[in-house]
Design a protein around this ligand. Sequence first.
Ligand code: SAH
Ligand code: MG
Length: 201
Amino acid sequence: MTLNTVKGFLDNIEAIELAKIASKCSALGPCLEIGTYCGKSALIIGEACKKTNNLLFTIDHHTGSEEHQLGQEYHDSELYDENVSSFNTLPEFLKNLKKSNLNNYILPLIGTSKELAKEWKLPLGMVFIDGGHSMEAALADYEYWYPHIVKNGYLLIHDVFPNPEDGGRPPYEIFCVAKKSKKFKNISLVKSLAVLKKIEI
Ligand code: SAH
Ligand code: MG
């Protein structure tokens, strides 16, 4: 299947960087993503995991972020499910997953990032944060998940806009928190995809 047919928010240059980092992680631990949506980034990371015999866990409650809700800027009426009177990306994601043949490498987790983090035990080679954009959601994603990244593992954050004119602040703010913690080394910023490497546990 071609990725261009998958609804989503990832740029092609960001996709290449995402695949590159994911392909470095197989010896470190599985990859984990917060924010599946319709599976665009999951299919990219999943393809890298297939090549390196690794796994991707991808988290989403599938009811959309604030900006996806009815009447909001990024609402997509094709993803509004009249049956449950809610935004619902799960059917579209499952359709894309089936077409991709990556089922053995992508494991969907249906739920809220914070709730799942509380039960999490497995060390991770990479965490990709692309979930809610409120300060509360972004900070929770960072604080609950970064401890699970192994030494030399990667933290990736999407929608990082150093210039406020380009977009909202919370993903950039958690990027700054990570840098200030001295636990991470800044590796790259490709468009709005920030890559950090964990140098201290
Ligand atoms: N990575 C996707 C885009 C993700 S959009 C791509 O490449 O296209 C952000 C997603 O995060 C939405 O689907 C939304 O439902 C989900 N989300 C927002 N807050 C969340 C939370 N607290 N827990 C789990 N998922 C969340
Ligand atoms: Mg994003």
